[in-house]
Design a protein around this ligand. Structure first.
Ligand code: APR
Length: 236
């Protein structure tokens, strides 16, 4: 399973590419690239401080889609891996366990010298001293920026190679390598499914369209009852 910003939209977290989305207000190269951070670390810290504060507002909670994925993982007997492009912690709060946040996590910071990662809920500034080396200016968000290699890639490609069903949820399919995962799964013999507000036209075997809080619980309860594979096999 792969999730993107659409799964958290109904929890109150703005997606990236919608009108008034996060990338309408900010230049990607300024706030989400290593070069942008080297040029202006204060701006980048401020951007992620705002995101972190928003994520920790009491009204931001996992929604029915996050909960349905966690429930499926609990009840399903087979192997399950949830790969998320999201940097929020809503899957984790919903109870997902086999979770790989490939673009990193907002509530973690990394020392640029040692590579060590620390949980962190508060603001970070250029002046914040690093918990491991005590230097200022050493910390960066533990987030994969444009031009960097996403996390957990070996494990993700091994899972794509052996999965029976690949489901992409709430992602526009604009950013690689995640945008190519369904093709890798398909090439290895999996049935591919898109659950999204609208069809992205990316060539999935099957799609269900509507708000994630509606289509995700419905789809995963039918997958659990094994209705889905029978239905798709009849269609193909
Ligand atoms: N339910 C289901 N899908 C939704 C909902 C909803 N309530 N709201 C929006 N969507 C869909 C949109 O139609 C769109 O296809 O979610 C998708 C969100 O797309 P993007 O904003 O492009 O987000 P995502 O695909 O996660 O972006 C991938 O790009 O900017 C980088 O690193 C960033 O992880 C991010 C990556």
């Amino acid at each position: 399973m792969l999730t993107g910003a659409g799964v958290s939209a109904e929890s109150g977290i703005v997606t990236f590419r919608a009108a008034e989305g996060l990338w309408e207000e900010h230049r990607i190269e300024d706030v989400a690239s290593p070069e942008g951070f080297a040029r202006n670390p204060r701006l980048v810290h401020d951007f992620y401080n705002q995101r972190r504060r928003h994520l920790l507002q009491p009204e931001i909670r996992p929604n029915a889609a996050h909960l349905a994925l966690a429930e499926f993982e609990r009840d399903f007997d087979g192997e399950f891996l949830l790969v998320s492009q999201n940097i929020d912690d809503l899957h984790e709060r919903a109870g997902s366990r086999e979770l790989r946040p490939m673009h990193g996590e907002l509530l973690k910071i990394r020392c640029q010298h040692s590579g060590r990662v620390f949980e962190h809920c508060g603001d970070v500034f250029v002046e914040t001293s690093c918990p491991c080396c005590d230097r200022t200016g050493a910390l960066r968000p533990d987030i994969t920026w444009f031009g960097e290699i996403p996390m957990h890639m070996d494990e993700i490609f091994a899972a794509l190679d052996s999965c029976d069903v690949f489901v992409a949820i709430g992602t526009s399919g604009n950013v690689y390598p995640a945008a190519g995962f369904h093709q890798a799964a398909k090439a290895a013999g999996a049935t591919t499914v898109e659950l999204n507000l609208e069809c992205t036209g990316s060539g999935f075997d099957h799609g269900e369209y509507g708000p994630a809080t509606e289509v995700v619980p419905k789809f995963f309860s039918s997958l659990l009852m094994s209705n889905f594979l029978c239905m798709v096999q009849k269609q193909i």
